[in-house]
Design a protein around this ligand. Structure first.
Ligand code: CP
Ligand code: NVA
Length: 301
């Protein structure tokens, strides 16, 4: 297994063993403070807001003895049309790694193509791989064997669920997406998922039917309106109205199910009693972002 110098753009580029290695490293070395990034600088290029991803990466770099530089897209020459290629060429001369949160996944691919340093996807419209690595860690810590779980994601075919389905298809898991009609996983992502599942024996289900919650050991949701979809907000909230995670929706889940949310949350997708209730693991889930980012940086940089 060789991680050094690689980009982390999507989990589809990683094998089962590599994904598990990142998570195992994160679990094993959770509270370790090191100086392996001493003298190294990691850039954080963000085009969208962030609380968890930004802060957990900055703290992770700090706990590894390095320095981070936060770069808001709007304050760089990128905002005055300097090209992604030229920006990537220049940043590669200063930095040792780059975490990028961008609107378009193609922009991330272009930056990665011209970067001489590892580029890590901190969320695009298509994928959120670091989120799912931390989430799989949370599931292992709370529930044990991933293969014994029935993971149900209630929400749209978005960046978070795309990464969850990709990871599940590589790891051979039983994972479902429940969404209203028209909000399913994009076809090109589903193709990757189906091809992987043929090899791994993963059981991936896409359905509009909430009864799929039956027997779930993990119930996961995300906002109905992702960053960049603000103009569709009223239609989305209408279309998703019946899919809110409430006591009624979870009543057929396994009695010891866990509730997960990548955060930030709104009142639309989950009721307060579930979000703050005894099944919720959302704060440990958020904490694991830090541990897994540390593992990612250690392995790639
Ligand atoms: N879950 C997540 O990525 O949160 P932020 O948008 O706050 O980074
Ligand atoms: N799907 C959400 C995830 C936020 C972490 C978004 O893209 O806004």
């Amino acid at each position: 297994m060789n991680f050094k110098g690689r980009h982390l753009l999507s989990l589809k580029d990683f094998t089962r063993e590599e994904i598990l290695k990142i998570i195992e490293t994160s679990i094993k070395e959770k509270y370790k403070i090191e100086d392996i990034l001493k003298g190294k600088t990691i850039g954080l290029l963000f085009q969208k807001p962030s609380t968890r991803t930004r802060i957990s990466f900055e703290v992770a770099v700090n706990q590894l003895g390095g320095r981070s530089i936060y770069m808001n897209w709007s304050e760089l020459q990128l905002s005055r049309k300097e090209s992604l290629k030229d920006t990537a060429m220049v940043l590669s001369r200063y930095l040792n790694g780059l975490v990028a949160r961008l609107f378009k996944h193609e922009d991330l691919l272009e930056i990665a193509e011209y970067s001489k340093i590892p580029v890590i996807n901190g969320l695009t419209d298509l994928y959120h791989p670091c989120q799912i690595l931390g989430d799989l860690q949370t599931i292992i810590e709370k529930k044990g064997d991933l293969k014994k779980q029935k993971i149900v994601f209630i929400g749209d075919g978005n960046n978070v669920s795309n990464s969850l389905l990709i990871a599940s298809s590589i790891l051979g898991l039983k994972t479902s997406l429940i969404c209203p009609k028209g909000y399913e996983t994009p076809a090109h992502v589903l193709n990757i998922v189906k091809n992987n599942a043929r090899v791994s024996n993963a059981k991936i289900t896409i359905t509009n039917d909430l009864s799929e919650v039956e027997g779930a050991t993990v119930i996961y949701t995300d906002v109905w309106v992702s960053m960049g979809q603000e103009e569709e907000a009223s239609k989305r909230l209408r279309d998703f109205a019946d899919y809110k995670v409430t006591e009624d929706v979870v009543k057929k889940a396994a009695p010891d199910y866990i509730f997960m949310h990548c955060l930030p949350r709104t009142e639309h997708e989950v009721s307060d009693n579930i979000f703050y209730g005894e099944h919720s693991v959302v704060w440990d889930q958020a904490e694991n972002r830090l541990h897994v980012q540390k593992a990612i940086l250690k392995l790639l940089i």
